[in-house]
Design a protein around this ligand. Structure first.
Ligand code: UDP
Length: 483
């Protein structure tokens, strides 16, 4: 109840100057909110069109739908979700003008910048149409990805509250929020990207962990980040696919730096059985392969949906895995090895030589793989979804981050939660062999498994009635219904 009062107070605070509300009007708003909360409300969601962002947004839609809200998804034509998997949602497509040229360079900043620059009018039109056509189910609010910063001014102009979904973790967001500070302190441009020197402003980070995004246009990247932070502050609330139990300190700092309602309701994927928001078809042969392996014996290797590697790195990984003697399941996305279509760089007869100890697929049902009894470890790039999925299944990690938030997350996995080994050096077969053996075969790996099982338990408790994530979701639903 206290929280709902804070939210109502927050709504009152956010009324723009020149349109200020007096106490009587706030009281009327309270009464209106109470009576409307009995009515079914609709929420409009707009995901960023990248796999690691679409998945949590659709999961959030399902969570809110289960709580009695109707869901409309506005999406770009690029990477549009498969609406057949969500018959209970209403889907609206908007043109994005993304050319093959923008998409093919695999530059996430270019895609995000393009959407922010080019989707303003199509988005406004789609949202206006929805708003003018809602006799039965009034639209309570808009929820958009934090990176879609342009949506704040569109929402403001249509007098619709916007809540932000940040799909990564809180600690890495705080580092992004400190971008200006890091510039002022002279960290940028980073002089030695391999430096182990501590970043005193953000312990336990080292200089090499400061998030940088590889892009053809660093100026746009900085602008994108600053806009994301600014427009998040201007929003009506912030939803996290994370939870207090694993990010307690970060939550405290966040609440001081972002005085808006904060809802740590994650991990979203734990609210249902494995979902089907995958943009690529999953190769289920890996599950029957896993069925034949001994418990906790397999290292699962996947670097998510965006990271690419060089052919040299690809071969070092292949030989490192082979030399470890540990059975491996490896996701190699077509096109993820620079200059190759798929596996052509592998020496001839490589897989045959392993006599069934290695299995390679283009895309796996990852949550099922992590939940499988044969999976003993996960070599990951530490995208937040992958990291959270690993924590929720109690699978310890080998961390090999590539860019952006991944470097921060990896440092937390290895140094704060101590549930993963950090593969700090460049990819080399001997280092890889050693890391895989340490994680799967040695006591060190077992200790990490014990610690991650403890984290998993905390997550499970948090999601039950009385737990912090459970309560945060209740708060979020009340808040949405109060608009
Ligand atoms: N994923 C999957 N199959 C794969 C590889 C990844 O289903 O073979 C899913 C994974 O479960 C996760 C998402 O893709 O939900 C990747 O998101 P993450 O944030 O980890 O990384 P990103 O792709 O954004 O770099």
């Amino acid at each position: 109840m206290l929280f709902v009062r804070f939210c109502l107070h927050f709504i009152a605070q956010r009324i723009p100057p020149g349109n200020s509300w007096d106490d009587r009007e706030i009281e009327m708003e309270r009464t209106r909110s109470k009576s409307q909360s009995r009515m079914r409300r609709r929420v409009v969601l707009f995901p960023l069109p990248l796999q690691g962002h679409i998945t949590p947004m659709l999961q959030l839609g399902s969570i809110l739908h289960n709580k009695g809200l109707s869901i409309t998804i506005i999406h770009t034509t690029f990477n549009s979700p498969n609406s057949a998997n969500y018959p209970h949602f209403d889907f609206r497509s908007i043109p994005d003008g993304l050319s093959e040229a923008v998409v093919s360079v695999a530059d996430a900043v270019a895609v995000m910048t393009h959407v922010n620059d080019n989707c303003v009018e199509p988005f406004r039109e789609s949202l206006s149409n929805l708003l003018s056509n809602v006799e039965e189910e009034p639209i309570a609010c808009l929820i958009t990805d934090a990176m879609l910063h342009f949506t704040q001014s569109v929402a403001d102009s249509l007098k619709l509250p916007r809540i932000v979904l940040r799909t990564s973790n809180i600690s890495s967001f705080l580092v992004f929020a400190g971008t200006r500070l890091l510039y002022e302190k002279g960290y940028f441009p980073i002089k030695d990207p391999l430096s182990d020197a501590p970043v005193v402003e953000f312990p336990p980070l080292r200089v090499k962990d400061i998030p940088v995004v590889e892009t053809h246009d660093p100026v746009k990247s900085k602008h994108l980040l600053l806009s994301m932070i600014g427009q998040t502050k201007a929003s009506s609330g912030l939803i996290w696919n994370s939870l207090e139990e694993i990010e307690q300190d970060a939550v405290t700092t966040l609440k001081m730096e972002f005085p808006i309602p904060v809802f740590t309701i994650g991990p979203f994927h734990q609210y249902f059985p494995a979902t089907s928001s995958s943009l690529v078809s999953q190769d289920r042969s890996c599950i029957s392969w896993l069925d034949k392996q001994a418990p906790k014996s397999v290292i699962y290797v996947s670097f998510g949906s965006i990271v690419g590697i060089t052919e040299t790195e690809f071969l070092e990984i292949a030989w490192g895995l082979a030399k470890s003697g540990v059975p491996f399941l490896w996701v190699v996305r077509p096109g993820s090895v620079h200059g190759a279509e798929w596996l052509e760089a592998l020496p001839e007869g490589f897989l045959e030589m392993l006599e069934g100890k290695g299995h390679i697929v283009q895309w796996a049902p990852q949550q099922e793989v992590l939940a499988h009894p044969a999976t003993g470890g996960f070599w990951t790039h530490n995208g937040w979804n992958s990291t959270l999925e690993s924590i929720c299944e109690g699978v310890p990690m080998i961390c090999h981050p590539s860019f952006g938030d991944q470097t921060v997350i990896a440092r937390y996995v290895s140094d704060v939660w101590r549930v993963g080994l950090h593969l700090e050096k460049k990819l080399e077969r001997g280092e890889i062999e050693r890391a895989v053996k340490r994680l799967i075969l040695e006591d060190e790996g077992q200790e990490m498994r014990n610690r991650i099982m403890y984290l998993k338990e905390k997550v499970d408790i948090s999601l039950r009635p009385g737990g912090s994530a459970y309560q945060a979701l209740e708060n979020l639903v009340h808040y949405i219904q109060s608009f």
